[in-house]
Ligand binder design. Structure first.
Ligand SMILES: NC(=O)c1ccc[n+]([C@@H]2O[C@H](COP(=O)([O-])OP(=O)(O)OC[C@H]3O[C@@H](n4cnc5c(N)ncnc54)[C@H](O)[C@@H]3O)[C@@H](O)[C@H]2O)c1
Length: 430
């Protein structure tokens, strides 16, 4: 590599410190982390140690951190509603920005950020990491090759997985729309991004339906307590903290570090005792039927694109495995991708059927699936760091640029409006 870029990270949680920080530490010929900011002293302390940043370059105060430019690149991995104000400050200081998704759930802020980028000529990459996964690139390559003729429609299924829904969207950070984002943005902006990338044109209108069906008070079993540690169903309940955190950690072989257990208890190494204490005393030990959650656990969308392509997308909490399944129907054939995580076929099965001809199943090698898979998101977390590097060098444009990412956000916001009003909604009404 030509040079090593210095990096600052604001928001040193699961993504900032765990994913990008950890991955950048593995890419030492490309990146050197030199400054950190997190308002939570515990998270800052953990990140300082893990990412080997000195105390004088670790900040608790956002204002102090933004007093001057502290590196070439800034990773913004704070929560959804803080991204835009931080990104505007970063553009003013001249950082190349890696911005976590979603950009923001506030429509006007999307336009404000685009304006700020134009004014400062700012460089930014939005973390729609799935676009960089080899399997997504393969689908796009097949579609563009014309091998299945003219694309008529796509179906996609976002399998959230029962335990992930309970962890992040019932007990965790993304449970409440007002605090973060609606589910369709928080979880599915990746899907919206992929769908518009595959469609190759703008989405014009969306219809959506969905609700919070299961994780609410009326489904709490009789006699259940509001905290798992005090509940008579602690061993039998599928969603009990004991089962989701301790039992699953043991099944994984009691590793020192494991997501999402390290969100419940961020001090590594994990131990049974520290994990149990953390869920007993914290938000992750709440009964899933007695939380302050309001985001949906199931939602479907029908999207119409300007070139006539139609896409149907469903997200559901009620799956055993996480990951996506996608099918593409063309005039001459179809492509099916099963990216179920933890399935016995171990992620990344792709089928190409050209009508009347023999079906082709791609091998792992052909999909490059295993390449850098350990970086996260099927290799996408590696691919995005390569694009970031080349963007900072001036050798490449941003693949998931702010402009394109705004499109997928507008689709998600229109879907949410449709879900709430019951009407078909235009994506580009301002
Ligand atoms: N790209 C992906 O696939 C993906 C996956 C998960 C989450 N995310 C997104 O990444 C972002 C971070 O998620 P996470 O799981 O790391 O959350 P997290 O809660 O683990 O980390 C966020 C950190 O930001 C810190 N913070 C909040 N306000 C701050 C401020 N004003 N100044 C400094 N620090 C502040 C918090 O203390 C926390 O440590 C979210 O926007 C989330 O939606 C993206």
């Amino acid at each position: 590599m030509d040079r090593v870029f210095t990096v600052a990270i604001i928001g040193c949680g699961s993504r900032g410190c765990g994913a990008y920080g950890g991955n950048m530490m593995r890419l030492k010929d490309m990146y050197k982390i030199v400054a950190l900011c997190d308002k939570n002293p515990q998270m800052l302390e953990i990140a300082k140690k893990k990412l080997q940043v000195s105390a004088e370059n670790a900040f608790l105060s956002e204002d102090k951190f933004f007093e001057k430019k502290r590196a070439d690149i800034l990773v913004i991995a704070t929560q959804d509603r803080q991204h835009v104000r931080m990104c505007i400050k970063a553009f003013d200081l001249g950082y190349t920005v890696l911005l976590e998704k979603p950009i923001t759930p506030v429509k006007q802020e999307l336009y404000d950020l685009l304006d700020a980028q134009k004014k400062t000529n700012g460089k930014a990459l939005v973390c729609h990491v799935l676009r960089y996964a080899p399997t997504a690139l393969k689908v796009k390559q097949l579609l563009d090759s014309g091998v299945i003729g003219k694309l008529i429609m796509m179906e996609s299924l976002e399998q959230v997985a029962y335990w992930h829904q309970a962890h992040a969207f019932v007990r965790g950070n993304w449970r409440n729309e007002e605090e973060t984002s609606p589910m369709i943005l928080a979880k599915c902006c990746h899907d919206m991004d992929l769908i518009q990338y595959y469609a190759g044109t703008r989405c014009s209108s969306v219809y959506s339906s969905g609700d919070l069906r299961y994780f609410n008070k009326k489904n709490q079993p009789a006699g259940a307590a509001d905290r798992c540690a005090e509940c008579r169903y602690i061993d039998d309940c599928t969603y009990s903290a004991e089962n989701l955190y301790i039992r699953k950690w043991k099944e994984a072989g009691c590793p020192e570090d494991l997501w999402p257990q390290d969100v419940v208890q961020p001090n590594i190494p994990l131990t049974e005792e520290s994990l149990r204490q953390a869920y007993k005393n914290g938000p992750y030990g709440r009964c899933v039927f007695a939380c302050d959650n309001d985001v949906v656990d199931n939602q479907s969308l029908i999207m119409n694109f300007e070139n006539g392509i139609r896409a149907v997308h469903t997200m559901t909490a009620f799956t055993n495995f996480g990951g996506r399944k996608e099918t593409f129907h063309g005039t001459l054939g179809e492509i099916e991708y099963n990216g179920s995580l933890g399935d016995t076929r171990a992620g990344g099965v792709m089928r190409l059927s050209v009508f009347g001809k023999e079906t082709k199943y791609f091998t792992d090698e052909e999909l490059s699936y295993k390449i850098k898979d350990d970086f996260g998101h099927g290799g996408g977390d590696y691919g995005i760091l390569l694009n970031l590097y080349n963007l900072a060098c001036g050798k490449e444009e941003a693949t998931t640029s702010l402009e394109e990412s705004v499109e997928s956000h507008l689709m998600a916001l229109a879907a949410e409006e449709s879900r709430k009003t019951g009407k078909v909604c235009k994506v580009h009404s301002r």
